[in-house]
Write a new protein. Structure first.
Length: 102
């Protein structure tokens, strides 16, 4: 039997970045906090979760680049909200993968 496996490298790279972004406990904590707030400014995130501002910014940057959060600058504040479409697709993909691999 001859099996051919091929991957779209762009989609695979994105999937890797997305899973890497979601696979960190602190980033998951940040996502949970944003989810509860709906839309929240960065200052509130690091103050409420007691995280250094620079660490928070690094994690938010990873989440934003992966498409998990959306940011909007209003005045001197940056507002963050979740991209539920992206998170939903990631959840379905993981659940499908786990269902197939059993």
């Amino acid at each position: 039997m001859n099996t051919k496996v091929s991957f779209n490298s762009v989609k695979l790279d994105y999937a890797c970045e997305l899973m890497r972004a979601l696979a960190h406990p602190l980033r998951l904590k940040i996502l949970e906090f944003i989810d509860k707030q709906g839309s929240v400014n960065v200052n509130k995130i690091y103050n409420a979760l007691d995280i250094e501002q620079s660490v928070t910014s690094q994690h938010l940057s990873i989440l934003r680049l992966a498409g998990v959060i959306q940011t909007e600058k209003t005045g001197k504040y940056v507002q963050c909200k979740l991209n539920y479409d992206c998170l939903g697709r990631a959840e379905r993909a993981v659940n499908n993968f786990l269902a197939v691999s059993k």
